[in-house]
Design a binder for this molecule. Sequence first.
Ligand SMILES: Cc1ncc(COP(=O)(O)O)c(C=O)c1O
Length: 434
Amino acid sequence: MGGVTNHGNGAYNQLNAEGYLIIRQGARATVAPGLETASVDSPLTTASARNLSAFARRLLALPPPAEQQPAKVADFRYGDLSGADFPVLAWRRASNRAILRRAARLRYGDPQGSSALRNALQAYLWRARGISCTPDQIVIVNGSQQGLDLCARLLLDVGDPFVIENPGYLLARHAFVAAGGVAVPVAVDADGLRTDALPPARLAYVTPSHQFPLGGVLSATRRRSLLAWATGMGAYVVEDDYDGEYRHDIAPIPPLQTLDADTVIYVGTLSKTLSPTLRLGYLVVPASLRLAFCEAKRLTDRHAPMLEQDVLADLLASGAYERHVRSIRRKNAERREVLLRALADHLGPSVAVAGADTGLHVVAWMNGIAAEREPEIIAAARAAGIGLYPVSPLYDATVPRPETAGFILGYAGLDTEALQRGIAVLASVLAEHG
Ligand SMILES: Cc1ncc(COP(=O)(O)O)c(C=O)c1O
């Protein structure tokens, strides 16, 4: 490669500064050694040298959830909350207080979460859920999803079987599968996970207060047999208490964690009471697992954002959070009433509703409509402005799925008019396509 002349301008100086050219006083500029023949075909850039990890390959083999714009008339997407329910004033006041407590130094926080929040949560969990734990057992995470991901990475090795409810929560299943776990689906019924023939596994993921999606509450007998199985197996139980705050016609159900604090990892979230956009959740872990969870959290992202943690701690300690929960519980109970009435009025016996006792969604089974017709009904509903989401993708593909079409109807994001209108429009869509 020959020398390069005419280097008295800015571009040459920049190439020199970045190490592409070597410019010496009185000599011709030359291309830096090793760059003369570099091209896009360099072995360093070929696909074979860029193989993804086994984790990435497992991850990419999982079906991504379908993302869509919200439907115009009524979107029954489960997981949405109404923006009108967010406690704007209380959050703003607590936020102002938190931001004005200016720290002298902006330094990294504790990976486990701020002690103010963990203390406030300990007291709250005792009052609201009967959980007795120390603040040291609490780990603040960015939503339950991060808690599930940490459980997957800390508790499963590649090839380890894990029990998952069938049907069940896809993002939990995916976190465990991506970590290399092998899903062993176990059927659920009206009493939650069936525990009569639990297979060998290293971990079980359950939603005992409100089985996702079918809504059963895990019976007392099954709670005992699940924990006995876990003890015998040396397995952990991951308890996802995602919407435990919402019980409508039934008495509070204490979490599994209260029965066996050494076996159960309790997962809680603020996504159903404040907002899914905050990305705030928490784990209550057995004392023996504390260090592993803290260090994994540190490597993941150091810690959850401090300002949000301080605001939440303030809301919990002042009682504002519980006042807010009481208020949205009433609002969601009203939405549920309106939805159930609208379903009865417009669809009557052609729909069988399941899982309405707790939570923020119900499952509507469409009597007499085959499951194969779900895509056609969903498309017709969307054209009429209704967002409908089927239950069938939440079933394991290796075991038979129900023959009847079923939809998950989330109601916490809709006002009462939208709920009434949405079901009326759905009824006309079904009359045309049913
Ligand atoms: C079963 C289940 N667990 C947990 C969550 C909440 O997840 P996150 O806390 O990550 O927002 C949801 C939300 O839809 C859920 O359905």
